[in-house]
Design a protein around this ligand. Structure first.
Ligand code: DI6
Ligand code: FE
Length: 409
């Protein structure tokens, strides 16, 4: 029964499953797909005799990796914040701008004012940039609406992007991102709105796969975050958290307490919180784009994360305020240069561990039998090149669920 829909031959594989090294390398490998899933993977010499495939892809000696996964983005929004970038270059800090009514809230104004079509158009350009780099799964958060109607609209646009782009989209409700102007000085009332109105409505409409919050001095307190997480738990939704980005509020520990899929940012995370993450199986999502763009100097606790065996994922954090970036490949380079990850760790961070950060470890992120046949083909001599070069894009093929997928939206 080795009749397949497609086979990839003449490829070197970085499976991130098992294999000779940290990349899960298989030299002169073959991958076969049936019904959108990986049906066979291994050295070409071990292919079962009598195999047949409707389509043969000749990879010309290039490298196949799992399709890349960007597990933390805010890419559905309107407008941009280049003006604030200029202010920051004049000496204003991100927090000062936020406290003066700019920052997240200025993107909220632009997003509320945008039509659905405009939102879709502006966002699909950003998705297109990801597709061109071999991305086959993306997480998209709401958080620039901060009212039920606009938060729902953002998540609907995110779902529409999935339908039009041959990519899996995981949506995350981030109503607790910032305080909308109409709730100034009434953060607890806003959290009540998030818990009692927004989240139930969005859940009932099937628009959220997970729930996130911004636990920070300029965001929401641990107690407010816990209220959101309790509500998410009562609805059966998994949680994730923007934790310890600008200060240590023990956010990562709180996330672990709620068995979060991931805790993200983590620059100020304490050793005790790292321990809690290890025990809970919470993935660390590192966001070197935001670290770079804010000129942060405090490094996430990489050594402790490694030592405790906490899986580290990497993502763009694509957003207009702290990481206006749509290149996941650039994040590989930044993670190695700034955080001293190895190229193999960085690549695991946008494949295997990124899948885990989305609860998709049985579905994507490795080249292994049974997983969805999401692949990226690269014209490179060794996988470390993907982290080594920056501003380059050697992606020459993208395959989603076993079929050739467009590399533009
Ligand atoms: N942390 C971030 O880095 C982004 N959101 C968050 O909670 C920033 C969002 C923005 O400035 O627009
Ligand atoms: Fe973020």
């Amino acid at each position: 029964m080795n009749h397949w829909d497609a086979i990839w031959l003449n490829a070197r594989l970085a499976t991130f499953d098992s294999g000779a090294d940290a990349y899960g390398t298989v030299e002169d490998g073959a991958v076969a797909a049936r019904d959108g899933r990986i049906a066979w993977v291994g050295p070409r010499a071990e292919l079962p005799s009598g195999w047949r495939a409707q389509i043969e892809h000749d990879c010309r000696g290039g490298w196949l990796t799992p399709g890349l996964i960007d597990c933390h983005t805010h890419l559905v929004y309107a407008g941009n914040r280049a003006g604030e970038f200029e202010q920051r270059l004049q000496g204003a800090s991100y927090e000062e701008i936020a406290r003066a009514g700019g920052g997240i809230v200025s993107t909220v104004r632009a997003t509320r004012a945008a039509s659905d079509l405009d939102l879709l158009r502006q966002s699909s350009r950003r998705v297109a940039a990801l597709l061109a780099e071999g991305v086959t799964t993306v997480e998209i958060k709401s958080g620039y609406g901060l009212d039920t109607a606009t938060e729902s609209r953002i998540l609907r646009v995110a779902r529409q992007l999935a339908a039009s782009c041959a990519i899996e989209v995981k949506t995350t409700f981030l109503g607790a991102h910032a305080l909308p102007p109409e709730y100034a000085d009434r953060a607890d009332d806003y959290i009540a709105l998030v818990c009692e109105e927004m989240l139930p409505a969005i859940h009932a409409a099937g628009l959220a796969d997970a729930v996130d919050a911004f636990c920070e001095g300029i965001g929401f307190s641990p107690a407010q975050t816990a209220r959101v997480f309790e509500k998410a738990r009562s609805l059966g939704l998994p949680v994730k958290l923007h934790a310890d980005q600008l200060s240590d509020l023990s956010g990562a520990g709180l996330a672990a307490h709620y068995a979060a899929l991931s805790a993200d940012h983590l620059e100020y995370t304490s050793p005790a919180s790292v321990d809690a993450m290890a025990r809970a199986g919470t993935v660390a999502v590192l966001l070197p784009g935001a670290y770079y763009f804010l000129r942060e100097t405090r490094l996430p606790p990489i050594a402790a994360l490694r030592e405790r065996g906490v899986p580290m994922a990497l993502a763009t954090d694509c957003n207009p305020g702290t990481s206006p970036c749509t290149s996941l490949l650039l994040m590989l380079n930044l993670a190695c240069t700034l955080f001293r990850l190895t190229p193999a760790q960085a690549l695991a961070g946008v494949t295997r561990h990124a899948a885990q950060a989305l609860g998709l470890q049985g579905e994507a992120g490795r080249i292994a039998v049974g997983l969805r046949a999401d692949l990226a083909l690269w014209e490179i001599d060794r996988p470390a090149e993907l982290a080594y070069a920056f501003g380059a894009n050697p992606c020459v093929g993208r395959y989603y669920a076993g079929t050739v997928a467009p590399v533009s939206a």
